[in-house]
Design a protein around this ligand. Structure first.
Ligand code: 3PY
Ligand code: MG
Length: 257
């Protein structure tokens, strides 16, 4: 396994669209994986899944075309290694504030093989199943390490974070970033203060040759960010989709009396 769909999309200069699963459900992950997304993120920070559910969700995603990613709950070597050993092809790490934190995160995703600077402990478990016998040799190049920028400190250090060699890209958390910038919860990406910060992070990615990704609350925001040049967009998560469709159906029925 030297490549996967996400890497191919990034190399081709296109935008990948990822699903985001907050339910602790292998079936929900499987549904998303079979629905046309390029990748599916299992959210172990704000989502409901613990390790056992995450494993089942990664197993469910294995028979879909979507590349499985995990957002870990924190920047922790053991947690990051467990997600990778369970078969994730990439990790999204929340709340990265400094270049040193970014380095620790990036190193957690890399084996200290062939001169690489990494701290990943060896025990690829499902990695060997999803990647094949040469997984240990290929993992450092194929695994994606995406550092979330979603604090004032992270924004201030964005160029240094983007420059960390073990980091493949930055992923913006607009909700936390909006709060950090004093805009309160639910700020629009069109608010000039947030829009400026988003462009700033995107510029840091471009300057460092790294992938720029962003979480979006809606398909409309994801479309706008795609048009703005982001390489990875996420049009909301499963709980949002479920609630919206329930509300739409109930409205149809209630309106009919
Ligand atoms: C944020 O917007 O802060 C996120 O972390 C998205 O999940
Ligand atoms: Mg966040």
């Amino acid at each position: 396994m030297t490549s996967h769909r996400l890497l191919d999309i990034f190399r081709a200069g296109r935008t990948a669209v990822a699903g985001w699963i907050s339910l602790d459900s292998a079936y929900a992950a499987e549904l998303a994986g079979c629905s046309g997304f390029d990748a599916v993120v299992i959210d172990c920070q704000h989502g409901m899944a613990g390790h056992a559910q995450m494993l089942a969700m990664l197993q469910a995603l294995s028979h879909t075309p979507a590349v499985p990613l995990v957002r870990v709950s924190q920047n922790n070597l053991a947690e990051i290694n467990r997600a990778l050993d369970a078969g994730a092809w990439g990790v999204i790490c929340p709340l990265v504030n400094t270049a040193a934190e970014a380095l620790a995160f990036g190193r957690a995703c890399r084996y200290p093989l062939d001169g690489a600077a990494g701290d990943r402990s060896f025990g690829p478990a499902r990695g060997l199943l999803v990647g094949g016998a040469d997984y240990p040799q290929q993992a450092n190049a194929a695994i994606l390490a995406l550092a979330m920028i979603e604090t004032q400190a992270g924004l201030d250090a964005v160029d240094a974070i983007a420059a960390v060699p073990q980091i493949d890209g930055l992923f913006i958390g607009p909700s936390d970033l909006g709060i950090a910038l004093g805009l309160g919860p639910g700020a629009s990406h069109e608010h000039p203060v947030l829009a400026t910060a988003i462009r700033r992070i995107q510029q840091a990615c471009a300057a460092a040759g790294k992938v720029a990704g962003i979480w979006c609350g809606s398909a409309e925001m994801a479309r706008a960010m795609q048009a703005q040049g982001f390489q990875l967009v996420v049009p909301g998560h499963d709980a949002i989709w479920l609630k919206a469709e329930i509300a739409r159906r109930l409205a149809v029925l209630r309106a009919a009396g």
